[in-house]
Design a protein around this ligand. Structure first.
Ligand code: ADP
Ligand code: MG
Length: 637
């Protein structure tokens, strides 16, 4: 009896998109099916270690067969197989949620180069790129029955019971006919298939076997070849070398091999930015190959992203993503660790407390950071590229765990600054400081321009102090955790007293504040709902007013926090500073002396202006405009 089932709706659209437009490199279907076969064997093997009911074995194989007459290719494995429910869940639902949306956006850009199929868990469906229909015959050790799953990759699939005594899965592809520009026939050639296996699946841990015909000389009675006499023999050959790249010596492996290995194993389409190969022997022996990708993985910041390195113990695969091997902030690295010191049946729970593993992780972290340091020193362009892709993660590393790692990471952070064209490190900033500069200044804004127009820059510019431009959300949080760098405190150009003036100037300000006490009080009373204080400014030269924040939360942090879920009532304290040297101040003094009733409007306009300069929004734009109009008319009279 055969049962007809529909693909889930999202699956249907995805399938269509995938087969017809997204993917142009059709040949990867073989890699995907072989990788599924290899995964299935891994699963069987790992399960058999702990499940008494499963036979223990080391006879694992993947078979390729072609039938030119029937135009079929089959890929068989003796892995875990699938139960009825597995078939429905794994082959009847395509990909995880959100994949469709993502693929659509990719389609609009140039999808040609992008090798994404393996990243999405949609690998199986690549079979339909070359097939008119696909049959999957499968038997799980957890099910009495075996099943045949069939689909043309359109709306539906069928499942029926079959007789298949052996554990494992056989996938049969009915190849499409050649079309104008598409050649499918080539996939029926054994040389083509074996070259694809070499190209994409050479390091698969299990033998990939195929019957191949070879011409051999015919031998005479004494076993010597007879001249010009050949016969065709078919023999089963193992196509992949299986020698894992890490079993070779470092010197033997070319950079291009490593790049290919990286791209095929971790489904990337660009070469890695950095490859770190370490061989450690001694109390703890292990080998690690770690890659820093050239681009951030598309889902790096999604909840579903799993960090970790592949783990092999005694040459046997243990785990795909061992997360204990990388700290959170290095979640973007890919690679593997091989150690003979680790036991084979380590469960996930045991892993967390495994002393050797913790040690390897610590060593690797140090190694990665020291390689990054080297790159920063010797190949600045490359480092900048790295920082563009993963700078946020490095900053997060400083912020995380209350700054536990700040000493390790602070010299690896790059900052854009007001004076420099290229990003610089804190060390470079400090080295370039003028002799009289004590603190490190920073401004929070999306761009340099925004910082340059900020009135607080007046004094800093005149002293030729550079200012770090903080434009990522995490930046100020990181700066707060850093607190200081080589004894230089961080000072926001928007915050508090910048402490840049000498004693006599301070006295002048004090005197001014005394003289204009009533005026300042009056403005403060008017603006009481909005500002904490009104002061004579020590930092302004050209601008009439500015708004600074008091101790604690800064304006930028207020903005970041207001976008986060939860408590939104956290507000930065606002202090309005007035430039005593500005004509406007003199004007207001006159107004206050002659017509105190109109001070109210002036105070609000000053405040709103300061808000606008700060890139914040005016609460009541209509009232602001009205007051302006009123003043303008008054001035014209
Ligand atoms: P992924 O391999 O990334 O999970 P695929 O689309 O390649 O995504 O495969 C979907 C699922 O189908 C697999 O996760 C697995 O559960 C199942 N599957 C595919 N091929 C096999 C196979 N040869 N043996 C057992 N299960 C398989
Ligand atoms: Mg797969």
């Amino acid at each position: 009896m055969s049962e007809k089932l529909e693909f889930k709706t999202e699956s249907k659209r995805l399938l269509h998109l995938m087969i017809n437009s997204i993917y142009t490199n059709k040949e990867i279907f073989l890699r995907e099916l072989i990788s599924n076969a290899s995964d299935a064997i891994d699963k069987y093997h790992l399960t058999s270690l702990t499940d008494e009911k499963l036979e223990k074995t080391n006879d694992y194989e993947i078979h390729l067969d072609v039938n030119k007459k029937k135009r079929t290719i089959t890929i068989s494995d003796n892995g875990i197989g699938m139960t009825y429910d597995d078939l429905v869940n794994n082959l009847g639902t395509i990909a995880k949620s959100g994949t469709l949306d993502f693929l659509k956006t990719i389609k609009e850009k140039d999808a040609k180069e992008v090798d994404l199929i393996g990243q999405f868990g949609v690998g199986f469906y690549s079979a339909f790129m070359v097939s008119t229909s696909v049959e999957v015959r499968t038997k799980s050790p957890f099910s009495e029955k075996a099943f045949l799953w069939t689909s043309k990759g359109e709306d539906s699939y069928t499942i029926e019971e079959i007789n298949k005594p052996d554990r494992g899965t056989t996938v049969t592809l009915h190849l499409r006919k050649n079309e104008d520009e598409e050649n499918y026939d080539e996939f029926l050639e054994t040389y083509k298939l074996s070259s694809l296996v070499k190209k994409y699946s050479d390091y698969v841990r299990y033998p990939i076997m195929m019957e191949q015909e070879t011409e051999k000389p015919v031998l005479d009675a004494e076993g010597k070849p007879i001249e010009d006499k050949y016969e065709t023999i078919t023999e089963i050959k193992t196509l992949n070398s299986m020698t894992p790249i890490w079993n070779k010596s470092k010197a033997e492996v070319k950079d291009t091999d490593l790049n290919e290995f990286y791209k095929n194993t971790y489904f990337d389409y660009v070469d890695p930015l950095l490859t770190i190969w370490t061989d450690v022997e001694g109390a703890l022996t292990y080998k690690a190959i770690v890659f820093i990708p050239g681009k951030a993985p598309y889902n790096l910041y999604s909840e579903k992203y799993e960090k970790g390195l592949q783990l092999y113990a005694k040459g046997v695969f243990v785990m795909e993503k061992c997360k204990e091997l990388v700290p959170d902030y290095l979640r973007f690295v890919k690679g593997l660790v091989v150690s003979p010191d680790l036991s084979l049946n380590i469960s996930r729970e045991v892993l967390q407390h495994n002393r050797q593993l913790i040690k390897i992780a610590a060593n690797l972290e140090k190694k990665i950071l020291s390689e990054l340091e080297k790159t920063l020193k010797n190949d600045r362009d490359k480092y900048e590229e790295f920082f563009k892709a993963f700078g946020i993660d490095m900053k997060y590393g400083i912020y995380d765990n209350y700054g536990e790692k700040k000493e390790l990471l602070q010299d690896l952070i790059l900052f854009k600054t007001v004076n420099e064209d290229k990003p610089i490190t804190l060390n470079e900033y400090v080295t370039k400081m003028p002799a009289d500069q004590k603190d490190i200044f920073y401004g929070s804004a999306a761009s340099k321009e925004q910082i340059l127009v900020s009135p607080q820059m007046d004094l800093l510019k005149s002293k030729n102090y550079d200012v770090l431009i903080l434009s990522d959300d995490i930046d100020e949080f990181m700066i707060n955790i850093l607190h200081e760098y080589e004894k230089h405190a961080f000072k926001s150009i928007n915050q508090g007293d910048l402490n840049l003036i000498d004693e006599t100037e301070k006295q002048t300000v004090k005197d001014l504040e005394e003289t204009h006490k009533d005026l300042l009080e009056a403005i403060k009373t008017t603006l009481a709902s909005e500002v904490k204080d009104v002061k004579i400014s020590t930092r302004l030269t050209d601008s009439p007013v500015c708004l600074v924040s008091g101790e604690g939360l800064s304006f930028e942090m207020e903005k970041v926090i207001s976008q986060m879920p939860g408590d939104k009532d956290l507000k930065a304290d606002k202090i309005l500073e007035i430039n005593p040297k500005h004509e406007l101040f003199k004007a207001i003094t006159t107004v206050f002396a002659n017509d105190p009733s109109s001070l109210n409007d002036y105070a609000w306009i000053l405040f709103d202006q300061a808000l606008l300069i700060e890139g914040l929004t005016v609460k009541d734009p209509v009232a602001f405009a009205d007051k302006m109009v009123k003043l303008m008319i008054k001035a014209a009279k």
